[in-house]
Design a protein around this ligand. Structure first.
Ligand code: CMC
Length: 429
């Protein structure tokens, strides 16, 4: 059986043979690299048909609704593992044994504080700045403080930078929130687990001893696991592209944060909650569904649809369960929002438009409801996504840096003016 694809080029008698590359799962891909030598390029805006790299980290089967990290199904990881265990898995390829896990946790704990001067950065921002704007700035600024881990050619530096990023993101995220409400920053408590520590820095105050509810810390940990990685999405591809030029890891992760911010990507969890609040009542669901289906209306049902999943997003199923657990623990007014979301999901999933276009709830449809129930303000939702995704970004960056790579440099289909001569100002129309 041939593992080649024949391409008949105009003006050539012999077809060009291109290799069909096979992965361990998923689609085969045509290696189009030899086309450049023939001065031919492919056209694929939005990278709909393009594999940008080879990777061993995460596998998605969008038709079946399957998501595997290093081979392990996401629901098994979310229900049995911890976020730091998943971090170890993504970075190293295997689940840690007891000793490795303890060592990894201790290493991350060792790096949770940020340089004291980073506090000064926050004072430069307005208190009402969007926390994602602040995160773009302060994460990029980390490269100004950690010169001892910036040599990207040194594997030890790369690893320390990865540990620092994973460890410091919750500290920075919580600082964003504390700054916005005018409360003092809380230092990390290294005897606490990763998610517990984050909730402590978010909601603790220096004048009181507040215990973090373990059920809520567990829910937070699940949210982080479910957002930890998702192969070559927009922000991860941005991190890889920035990294391909030799930029330092802190700068690359800051680039990833900017790409994540948009409402089509990480900003969707914030958009879902705003949408549900605007909807307000089950009576309004039909009106919103009608708007989502209207070709002349730019409105989309936020939290629905995915470039890769044409089936239920497996993360959304776990998220819905977690929603139940958290609301059972907390009760109260959040239930109304959840009921509204369930109703919306029911109606959308039986609607011809959504069925035909294979639009299912995605991970962000339920995550906002849980985050809100945990007391996290809507503007912080995407920051939490960024915090969780840092390990995915850095694992992809490490994979790229540990292997061989070239600077990412796409080509274009030029449709602008062809050559024309400069016209002096007094001769222009
Ligand atoms: N509501 C209504 N119609 C939709 C929606 C939606 N949420 N999503 C897609 N469609 C329609 C779209 O109008 C188009 O229709 P047509 O073929 O008639 O022009 C068709 O479905 C295909 O949409 P597309 O925009 O070509 O698909 P895409 O793969 O480029 O976009 C998406 C994927 C996630 C950006 C899109 O589904 C969307 O905007 N969803 C809402 C935002 C959202 O929830 N984003 C979170 C994604 S999951 C978290 C993450 O990965 O960051």
């Amino acid at each position: 059986m041939s593992d080649k694809v024949k391409l008949h080029l105009p003006g050539s008698t012999e077809p060009l043979e291109l290799d069909l590359l096979k992965g361990t799962a998923g689609q085969d891909v045509i290696n189009v690299q030899p086309l450049a030598a023939k001065n031919i390029f492919t056209f694929d805006p939005g990278f709909v048909s393009t594999a940008s790299c080879e990777s061993k980290i995460t596998y998605i089967d969008g038709e079946q609704g399957i998501l595997l990290h290093r081979g392990y199904p996401i629901d098994q990881l979310a229900n049995n593992s911890t976020y730091l265990e998943v971090c170890y898995l993504l970075m190293n390829g295997e689940l840690p044994n007891k000793a490795q896990s303890a060592e990894f946790d201790a290493t991350i704990n060792n790096h949770t504080m940020v340089h004291e001067q980073i506090r000064n950065f926050f004072n430069g921002f307005p208190r009402n700045a969007h926390p994602m704007a602040v995160m773009c700035g302060v994460v990029g600024a980390l490269s100004a403080f950690y010169h001892d881990s910036l040599d990207i050619k040194n594997p030890e530096h790369r690893e320390i930078a990865a540990f620092r990023l994973i460890a410091k993101m919750p500290t920075l995220a919580a600082m964003c929130y504390k700054y916005s409400i005018g409360q003092p920053f809380m230092y990390p408590q290294n005897n606490l687990g990763y998610s517990e520590n984050f909730l402590h820095m978010m909601f603790g105050v220096p004048c009181e001893n507040r215990e973090v509810n373990p059920i809520l810390a567990k829910a937070m940990d699940k949210i982080l696991i479910l957002h930890a990685d998702h192969e070559q999405n927009a922000s991860t591809s941005t991190v890889r592209l920035a990294g391909s030029s030799g930029a330092n890891p802190f700068a690359c992760i800051a680039a990833g944060i900017t790409a994540l911010w948009g409402p089509a990507h990480g900003g969707a969890n914030e958009a879902v909650l705003n949408m549900l609040n605007e909807m307000g009542n089950v009576k309004n669901v039909d009106k919103f569904i009608a708007r989502a289906k209207d070709k002349d209306d730019k409105f989309r049902l936020m939290g629905f649809g995915h470039r890769v999943y044409k089936n239920f997003d497996p993360r959304a199923s776990v998220m819905r369960e977690t929603c139940h657990e958290v609301l059972k623990e907390l009760g109260g007014s959040q239930d109304e929002l959840f009921e509204l979301a369930l109703k919306l999901e029911d109606i959308a999933r039986s609607d011809e438009y959504f069925i035909e276009k294979k639009l299912y709830p995605n991970v962000d449809f339920y995550s906002g409801i849980i985050l809100k129930a945990l007391g996290i303000p809507v503007s912080m939702f995407t920051v939490i996504f960024a915090m969780a995704r840092t390990v995915g970004w850095i694992s992809h960056w490490l994979e790229m840096m540990n292997g061989s790579y070239r600077i990412g440099r796409p080509r274009q289909l030029y449709t602008g003016e062809t050559h024309r001569d400069y016209v002096p100002m007094d001769k222009r129309k």
